[in-house]
Design a protein around this ligand. Structure first.
Ligand SMILES: Cc1cc2nc3c(=O)[nH]c(=O)nc-3n(C[C@H](O)[C@H](O)[C@H](O)COP(=O)(O)OP(=O)(O)OC[C@H]3O[C@@H](n4cnc5c(N)ncnc54)[C@H](O)[C@@H]3O)c2cc1C
Length: 396
């Protein structure tokens, strides 16, 4: 049963989840106000992987072709050891014809979603950092911001304020964040190095270098760095870093030649978020705010958009916000928990201070794709299509 009136909705965070939600909910006729702490929003970030799940959502939004015009098709995920021995080679096409990922600049996706938001009546409030909520006697809710203002009233809040969410504490439900000890330097450069695949070189669990072709003649180069060593990398300077990258991964030479300054790099650290419950009567969490994870499985952007799509569907199908949130949880929880768990389990095998995990990975990972059932599950997973732990392919 559909709601009997349009809702007044606050969306917090103009990221992938927030932008997709704001667009879908305003398009459905709700009165949407979108709050974003940054005074200006734009094309920031590095290369991302658009998986089959994310492609399906963009197709529903009618913008897939315009995004793909600036993306590079990736037919496989290919990882080798430093020196050339193969670690794993996952070809998407072995899962199904036409199955592939795309590499693209995060900014391309963001600008597309921003244009969608601008095409519907959404009130966008930039430069507003939301820090709390206040429940009103009439069951509506207000938001407070760091400048001391109170904003509202709203029927409910859609919270997409990212991995370091301030509002998570407002829910009063159990939630944990694990911070990883390793981070990654990312740089976008002209040149290619490799085509048609995400290419990664590893040594144990401490060294990792990768190339993601992105479309428009650009490539993202990434280089794993333990957080404790980042200051040392900066102190040694850009020249030694470039030399180390090219020695480690000769395919990166083309891209590394364009690096002259550390300003070209973005250093990111990651955390894994878990929320025991991600809604109550007046707030629901989605995207990284609810389930941030490391980028090792390349799912974050895709999960954020799937969350927004499923939430908008649930709001359209349920008579009250609370019932909509329950429906959202039922439709999305198994899927999201699967991806959170697999990413949490996988990440230390690629970046951690536990060399034994690298030793085990090097022996087991090359064997897994040789078992047809396991290969299929692996490919379904990286494509963003696996419905849950004991589930098969999810339809979007
Ligand atoms: C370097 C890197 C590489 C990645 N690679 C991939 C990849 O290949 N594939 C993939 O799918 N994912 C990738 N991810 C993950 C992906 O970027 C995130 O999962 C995705 O952006 C999550 O979207 P979101 O909307 O939940 O959060 P975000 O995109 O982080 O958006 C949150 C927004 O909320 C705003 N905000 C925060 N706090 C407040 C507040 N208190 N009040 C108001 N506004 C607030 C922020 O300014 C931001 O605009 C990568 C992440 C990183 C860091």
């Amino acid at each position: 049963m559909a709601p009997d009136r349009p809702y007044r909705i606050a969306v917090v965070g103009f990221g992938m989840a927030g932008a997709t939600s704001a667009y879908l909910l305003a398009k459905a006729g709700h009165a949407v106000t979108l709050f974003e702490r940054a005074p200006v929003v734009g094309a920031v970030g590095a290369g991302i992987l658009l998986q089959m799940s994310g492609q399906a959502i963009l197709r529903h939004l009618g913008v897939l072709d315009s995004v793909l015009a600036h993306a590079a098709p990736l037919e496989e995920l290919h990882a080798i050891h430093v020196g050339g021995r193969e670690l794993v080679r996952n070809r998407y096409g072995l899962y199904a014809e036409g199955c592939r990922a795309y590499g693209l600049h995060r900014g391309v996706l963001f600008e597309t979603l921003k244009t969608l938001v601008e095409s519907v009546p959404v009130t966008v409030d930039l430069g507003v950092e939301i820090d709390g909520r206040i429940s009103n006697a009439d069951s509506t809710v207000d938001l407070t911001d760091t400048a001391g203002n109170r904003r509202g009233p709203f029927d409910f809040i859609v919270c997409g304020d990212g991995a370091r969410s301030r509002l998570r504490g407002a829910l009063g439900s159990r939630h944990y964040s694990w911070k990883y000890g390793h981070g990654t330097l990312w740089a976008i450069t002209p040149g290619c190095g490799v085509r048609g695949k995400l290419f990664q070189v590893v040594r144990g669990t401490r060294n990792l270098c990768g190339l993601v072709p992105m479309g428009d003649g650009l490539t993202t180069l990434y280089w794993g760095v333990p957080k404790s060593e980042y200051a040392g990398v900066l102190a040694r300077g850009i020249g030694p870093l470039k030399d180390e990258i090219v020695r480690f991964c000769p395919e990166a030479r083309d891209c590394a030649e364009h690096l002259v300054d550390f300003d070209q790099f973005l250093f990111t650290t990651y955390q894994h978020n878990y929320m025991a419950r991600r809604f109550d009567r007046t707030i629901v969490f989605l995207g990284d705010a609810a389930h941030a994870m490391s980028p090792h499985l390349g799912q974050g952007i895709n999960l954020a958009m799937v969350d927004a799509w499923v939430l908008a569907g649930a709001i359209a199908d349920a008579p009250t916000p609370l019932e909509a949130f329950r429906l959202f949880e039922r439709r999305q929880r198994g899927y999201q928990r699967y991806y959170s768990a697999v990413t949490l389990m996988l990440s230390p095998f690629f970046q951690s201070d536990w060399p034994m995990l690298g030793w085990g990975r090097d022996r087991v990972l090359p064997l897994l794709p040789k078992i047809p059932f396991v290969r299929r599950q692996m490919l379904m997973t990286v494509a963003g299509l696996k419905g849950g732990f004991l589930k098969g392919e999810r339809a979007f």
